[in-house]
Every structure is written in structure tokens, then in C-alpha cells.
Write a protein that binds this ligand. Sequence first.
Ligand SMILES: [Zn+2]
Length: 151
Amino acid sequence: LESSGLRYTRQREAVFRYLQSVCTHPTAEEVYSAVRSELPNISLATVYKCLETLVECNLAAKLAFSDGPARYDRRTDPHFHLRCLRTGKVRDLEAPHHDRLLRQLDPELSERLRQQGFQVTDYRMELLGYFHEPASAPSEAPSPPAPPASS
Ligand SMILES: [Zn+2]
């Protein structure tokens, strides 16, 4: 924060510490619920501002989705995600992130796009699906197809 010319505050520290402690890519509301036990007077608006400040300082990343609230990521290095279509939960995919994947997709892609006036600087990938929740949790996810009965 200081290297970005921003002041340290207890709120910013609590939000940052919580974000670093979880791998769940929480929403602002989830961060708010968690840090309120430590800072009962903190407001949701302050949590939003703290998160945006951390993103500006490259201490966190923001994941925006068209079909749900933004989530915040403790990691700012390039990596891929798994996203649950039922709950919106996001987890990191432990797989190497490198330029070769784009070239494997199409060796000419970056050059062709450059000629069309688009410079590729990065890419993102997320795998969509369903996390298996504990059996006791209510579930509205479609059940996987039953295996064929052996006769
Ligand atoms: Zn992540």
C-alpha cells in the first residue's frame, strides 16, 4: 500500500489478511461477513473500497462475471479457474499457465489478430462445472447420468 502511496488502515489490513487466508475467491459480501467479527463497525461500502484499493495496488485481483457478483482473488499471477455453475464458487486450477497453450490452439492466432488490430497481452481460461457438495447439503444440480445397468 505504501509503495503505491496509500495509507495503511486496520480495515485494509483485515480485508487483505482475510483474502490471503482463503482460497475461495470470496465476494465482497463474503469478505464483509468474515471481517465483521474482527471489526464490528466496518461497513460493506468500506469493504468494497478496501478490495478495490487492494486490486489497484496489485495485491489482489478482481474476477468479474456477467452472471453473478464480482469475486476477489488473493493471487495476481496468471492462473486458471474452476467455476461452479450452481454456486458461483471459484477455485484455482493447478495447471501450468504459459504461452504455449495459445499457440497450440492456433499457431497463427496472435499474428492474425494483430493484423486485425488486436494485440493479445494475456488470456484467461475457466473450466465450468459443478463442485460436489457434501451429501447433506441441499442440491439443485442436475444429477449426473446414471451408469448403464449391467444385465
Ligand atoms: Zn484464482
